[in-house]
Design a protein. Structure first.
Length: 188
């Protein structure tokens, strides 16, 4: 029987889990004490957080969400007894906000050239080029094309999130991922 994790990171979906796992590997952050929990949508945090508190009362609970979903995290934390008034309070409780979303954070942190190189290095360059040739995407900025590419096929969001995150050194991580990685590392 394995020990209960001392830290549970609540993450919106499989792409967030894949990105955090890749960052932990790349930056040699041990994970034996950590559970990366896929919420299957951040709207589930209001149900999952009380379950964790009941089943794992000693666990430190942290997380990450997209800016558009902040209200769900705020509501869950208030119900958990945390005096949250707005998104600026979330980091004090270990919850970090991606400016638009995870993919946007990763693409901006890498820059479009490095993001394309990482995608090509993973053997997905032809698929990216196919999207870029579609009439609806041909004239769009490269950052928008990359963002669309991340979510255009089943399973790709998770795959590309891991690929892009693995390219980032610790000092290159965007703020929400850096702060989450620090909390994970400090909890060891």
């Amino acid at each position: 029987m394995s020990a209960m994790p001392s830290l549970v990171a609540l993450l919106e979906g499989p792409s967030d889990v894949a990105a955090v796992r890749a960052i932990m590997r790349r930056n040699e952050i041990g994970g034996d004490h950590v559970e990366l929990r896929n919420l299957q949508g951040v709207t589930n945090i209001g149900r999952v957080l009380p379950e964790i508190r009941q089943l794992q009362p000693d666990a430190d609970v942290v997380g990450m969400c997209d800016a558009a979903e902040v209200r769900f995290v705020e509501r869950a934390l208030v119900a958990d007894g945390c005096p949250v008034s707005d998104a600026s309070d979330l980091p004090a409780y270990g919850f970090f906000v991606c400016e638009a979303d995870l993919e946007d954070e990763l693409i901006r942190a890498l820059g479009t050239e490095r993001a394309v190189a990482a995608i090509e290095g993973a053997g997905l360059g032809g698929k990216l080029q196919a999207l870029q040739m579609q009439a609806a995407w041909a004239d769009r900025p490269l950052a928008e094309q990359l963002h669309r590419f991340c979510g255009v096929a089943s399973g790709r969001k998770e795959q590309v999130a891991a690929i892009l995150a693995a390219e980032l050194a610790r000092d290159e991580l965007p703020e929400p991922l850096s702060m989450l990685a620090d909390r994970i590392a400090w909890s060891a």
